[in-house]
Design a binder for this molecule. Sequence first.
Ligand SMILES: [Zn+2]
Length: 237
Amino acid sequence: MMLAAVGAVLAAFLVAPLLRGLVARFAVPEGEPWCGACPLCGREVRLLPPTGRCPGCRERLGAGAWSVELVAAVVAAGLAYAADGPSAAALGWAAGLGVVLGFVDARVRRLPYRLTLPLVGGVAPLLAVAALAAGRPGVLLRCLLVALTVGSLLELAVWIGALGPGDSPLGFALGGLLGWYGWPVAVAGLFAAVVLAGLWAILRAAVALARRRPVRGLDVPVGPFLLLGALLAVLAR
Ligand SMILES: [Zn+2]
């Protein structure tokens, strides 16, 4: 187990420059083009060092120094303990894209389809292969049902304007993953996400009040909390 966690953390540090590059590319406000190159020196943004600075001109791009590396390492270590063999690939794929989505949503309040669709498109076949390899094809039906339930619940919240459009594909992917572990884990993940997002909103409102600033409703990015809730539910199951 210890060895698996060390391996997972090493893997997290290996892919972190790529994740960091994706955060810089996609953490762009709605309506603006993706940031494919450094705005200062024009160097193409693909891999970024832990400092988050452009290798060409040292301009800070995307997330703060060591933040992506730290989050990716903690998530990887946790999942290495929690994953059962067959689901590990799907969890790993979701963890990598999930870290990127969490940082992007926290920065610009959006979950681009360019990230959520590859998330769904990776998790679905990996879970299918995992179910067949484990000789449990029935689990796949449960994954699909949980994914549709969570995705539709979030889509409903999108329709009434409570969430942004990217939240439902994220919910669909996370629902599928949580469905692997059963309905109670999925319910726990969604519940944890709602509670944590609510606590965060209250905390922000309290800080705003203390600073005598206007309270901007319950305006919190939901993506990071959906991801955190799912992670906690898988860890605690
Ligand atoms: Zn540059």
